[in-house]
Design a protein around this ligand. Structure first.
Ligand SMILES: *Cc1c(COP(=O)(O)O)cnc(C)c1O
Length: 491
């Protein structure tokens, strides 16, 4: 019989890590004693720099430290402990080989100001990773300065701005479908544009005729999340790109959902001028908790000269950190890139190999459709796009839950007691009580079946759920999320 991972207990209490008089490591003796420091005329350290009191450092043994943090880590759900189907986030399992490679001394100990000629292998990694991305996408060059997906969007929009400035035009509008990620309008505003929303059709995709209605000489570009936040591929993307180009506008694709077609569709074949990838999603660098990330920004040939600097160039058999981009948008990060993230993404691609990359997106799509079909039967009349197939994620509304007297948030919290991280909820905002599930390719059918069974159990077996405040089996139960967000206490 299929069992839920569940939560049975075994949570330890954990006190603050305060102790005195215990040594964690033995530091070798310096050979000096304190009287040496005081000898007149022989001060090793100027008196004003000598502490009067010992520093207030924790004095703890190694097992105490290990147990403290291991226990704390068990209070939380993570991709390494449970199924984590957070829609629009691609919480895939991150292979540990990536960590091993990124932790090698000659990777992790590099200083960002080390001269080029001493870090040739590191620069080669960045350079070669760019070549692989270009081959996967058909685009001309990637910039790695942006340190998150939204920072990639912002850089792309700065490029659009500079492109029109160079052409003596001051177009102001960026068209954004209502199925786009929330960061898209936000990035547009930050880059000085006016976002204009386009409504999607009943099938969850953009209608070509609708797009045409918004075309004017003030349209700088369109920003399309593809697959969109309903988890659906924009089937007319090529036509839409054509319409934009005819108008002299640019086409930006939010490619954070590249997991849905990596290895199977080339970005350039869709007429896209610019894309950002979230290396911390598709390319299996860990994410959550605020970073670090990498929002690599890729462009077509005619936009290469606008990419951020510095970047890695290659000439005369040498890799160089270069600044010479004719119309660069400039610096958008202090150094070259989040190098350790690039290393993980590069290791991920090399360990998959060219032949296996396409199976990433194939299995991601298969898993999402498996959930869509099976949950569609349990959550009746809740799939707004029941007829079609989805890409890497599927979305439900709360029609069936409402009948069972459960709100989406109660449903999400209940899943925790069954041992599953909740899906994304109430997003996209235009789906009532949305539940957005992205299983990713790293989950087995057994895990998916367990999840589906848990949803069934919640829907059918538990009535009067309003009285229950889940999660009940976790270390910390239901928290006041609004209060926690407005008044976070970090100590
Ligand atoms: C996650 C995501 C983003 C934002 O990426 P960050 O790294 O969190 O800034 C943008 N667009 C889409 C479609 C996403 O899924």
């Amino acid at each position: 019989m299929l069992k839920f991972p569940g939560i049975k207990g075994l949570f330890f209490d954990e006190e603050l890590l305060i102790s005195k008089g215990v040594m964690g490591i033995s530091i070798p003796c310096s050979g000096l004693n304190s009287s040496d420091l005081k000898k007149s005329g022989r001060a090793y350290i100027d008196k004003k720099f000598v502490r009067k009191k010992a520093p207030r450092l924790p004095e703890v043994s190694e097992p105490t430290v290990i147990r403290h943090f291991t226990r704390l880590s068990s209070w939380n759900m993570s991709v390494d402990s449970v199924f984590y189907p957070l829609g629009s986030c691609t919480m895939k399992y991150n292979p540990k080989i990536n960590e091993c490679i990124a932790s090698l001394g000659n990777m992790k100990n590099l200083h960002p100001l080390t001269p080029d000629f001493l870090v040739q292998p590191a620069l080669k990694i960045i350079h070669d990773f760019n070549l692989i991305l270009c081959e996967l996408t058909g685009l001309a060059e990637f910039g790695f300065a942006p340190q998150a997906g939204a920072a990639g969007e912002f850089s792309g929009l700065k490029i659009i701005r500079k492109y029109f400035d160079s052409n003596g035009e001051s177009r102001k509008i960026i068209l954004i479908p209502d199925s786009s990620h929330g960061t898209n309008p936000a990035s547009s505003v930050l880059a000085g544009f006016t976002p204009v929303e386009i409504k999607t059709g009943k099938d969850g995709t953009l209608n070509v005729e609708d797009v045409k209605k918004y075309i004017s000489k003030d349209v700088a570009g369109i920003m399309i999340t593809n697959p969109n936040t309903f988890g659906i591929f924009e089937k007319d993307i090529k036509k839409i790109s054509g319409i934009m180009h005819e108008n002299g506008s640019l086409v930006y694709m939010d490619g954070a959902n590249f997991n849905a077609f990596i290895g199977n569709v080339r970005i350039s074949d869709m007429g896209i001028d610019m894309v950002q990838f979230n290396l911390h999603k598709t390319f299996s660098a860990p994410h959550g908790g605020g970073g670090p990330g990498s929002g690599a920004i890729g462009v077509a040939d005619f936009l290469k000269k606008y990419l951020p600097v510095p970047y890695v160039s290659f000439s005369n058999a040498r890799y160089k950190i270069s600044e010479d981009k004719e119309r660069t948008i400039g610096r958008i990060a202090p150094f070259l890139c989040n190098f350790a993230i690039i290393v993980r993404a590069y290791a991920y691609l090399l360990s998959l190999g060219r032949d296996n990359i396409s199976s990433v997106s194939e299995i991601a799509i298969l898993n999402a459709n498996y959930i869509k079909k099976k949950l569609g039967k349990i959550l009746k009349d809740s799939d707004p796009f029941e007829k079609g197939l989805c890409m890497h994620e599927c979305v439900f509304n709360d029609a069936a839950l409402e009948k069972s007297d459960i709100s989406t948030v109660e449903f999400a919290k209940l899943l925790i007691d069954y041992g599953f991280h909740p899906p994304t909820i109430y997003f996209p905002k235009n789906i009532h009580g949305a539940i957005m599930i992205e299983p990713t390719e790293t989950e087995s059918v057994k895990t998916l079946d367990g999840f589906i069974k848990a949803v069934g159990a919640i829907k059918f077996k538990i009535k009067k759920l309003k009285a229950i405040k889940s999660p009940q089996k976790t270390k910390v139960g239901r928290v006041n999320e609004v209060l926690a967000n407005k008044h976070p206490i970090f100590k």
